[in-house]
Design a binder for this molecule. Structure first.
Ligand SMILES: Nc1ncnc2c1ncn2[C@@H]1O[C@H](COP(=O)(O)OP(=O)(O)OP(=O)(O)O)[C@@H](O)[C@H]1O
Ligand SMILES: O=P(O)(O)OC[C@H]1O[C@H](OP(=O)(O)OP(=O)(O)O)[C@H](O)[C@@H]1O
Length: 220
């Protein structure tokens, strides 16, 4: 029997928007997937040859880059932070919209950006943060956090943070203001490049089904 295709999806906030999209593609996870008490991580679907794994957002990219899963759904923030050469991201799924921004405490005395040579930044995105500041000739020293970055300035961990912003409510509640936008973010369908070549008979129609499901015309 052929090996099943494995689709990695994140546990967090993209999941809710991803499920209707998967349903439009014709993939529905088994009932246990919706049972919050279930400790299972891998689930069968209504398609006998497709399984779903539910993992942390950053790990979606890692499972797919290493070929442990052939397909995944993940934010472009994660795709760009890792910049794995093994990943192909053919479809913008038009869900999980937010932006990656630099923020700092409101009312902080403005620094002269032109003479600044070094900054300390708390972030889950050290790669994108360094790149962003490097482009301005500034060296960024990153303190890696996995959440609650907004606490860092008030507790003296770093003056600035780089984090995802959507409504801006989290920044506001923590006395921070956005000072620049690094990139706009939305979720992408990602595919392992080697699998895409070796299993194109299965993967090409699936990628096209995702494209149709988000209303994007087939690639030329
Ligand atoms: N405020 C937001 N609005 C819309 N999309 C968001 C927002 N925050 C995050 N996302 C998207 O959802 C993805 C997962 O978000 P986040 O890292 O907050 O989830 P999580 O459940 O905390 O993940 P994990 O526990 O694995 O770190 C992000 O990579 C991003 O693409
Ligand atoms: O601008 P807003 O609409 O307030 O959204 C921004 C918040 O959303 C994300 O966190 P999330 O809620 O996913 O929690 P976590 O990253 O701390 O797990 C992000 O890390 C911000 O904290």
């Amino acid at each position: 029997m052929a090996r099943p295709l494995i689709i990695a999806i994140p546990k967090g906030r993209i999941l809710e928007e991803a499920l209707p999209l998967l349903a439009r593609v014709g993939i529905e996870p088994e009932a246990d997937f919706h049972n919050s008490k279930s400790r299972a991580l891998r689930f069968a679907t209504n398609q006998p040859d497709v399984s779903i794994i539910r993992v942390r957002a950053f790990d979606v990219a890692t499972f797919v880059a290493h070929g442990a899963a052939q397909l995944g759904i993940v934010g472009s923030d994660v795709v760009d932070e890792f910049d794995y050469s093994e990943l192909y991201a053919p479809v913008d799924l038009n869900i999980g919209h937010c932006r990656l921004s630099v923020a700092e405490p409101e009312g902080l005395a403005a620094e002269d950006q032109a003479t600044m040579s070094h900054v300390r930044v708390a972030t889950k995105y050290p790669g994108l943060t360094r790149k962003h500041f490097e482009a301005m000739g500034v060296q960024a020293e990153c303190v890696k956090l996995n959440g609650a970055m907004e606490l860092a300035p008030s507790l003296g961990l770093s003056r600035r943070i780089v984090d995802l912003v959507s409504s801006g409510a989290t920044l506001k509640a923590n006395g921070l203001v956005e000072t620049s936008v690094i990139m706009d973010v939305s979720a992408r369908l990602i595919v392992n490049r080697a699998a895409f070549k070796m299993r194109s008979g299965e993967l090409t129609p699936l990628v096209e089904a995702f494209r149709r499901a988000v209303g994007v015309k087939d690639a030329a």
